[in-house]
Design a protein around this ligand. Structure first.
Ligand code: CU
Length: 66
């Protein structure tokens, strides 16, 4: 399993986290952890979903990602 740490701008509450987590699960991300300072750690299989697709899913919800 691969993992990546993303910095996502605009997360300000629990429902933001739930929205993002739901979208990420929809594109095939296995696990999502939210840390401090807008840090989002994602675990995924590269044969299922690519990092670009993960970032796109976050952007599609209206958040900025590095
Ligand atoms: Cu929010």
């Amino acid at each position: 399993m691969k993992n990546a740490t993303l910095i996502v701008d605009g997360i300000h509450c629990k429902s933001c986290e739930m929205l993002i987590e739901g979208s990420l699960k929809d594109v095939g991300v296995e696990k999502v952890f939210f840390g401090k300072n807008n840090m989002v750690k994602v675990f995924f299989e590269e044969n299922k979903v690519k990092l670009n697709k993960i970032k796109e899913a976050i952007r599609n919800e209206g958040y900025k990602v590095n």
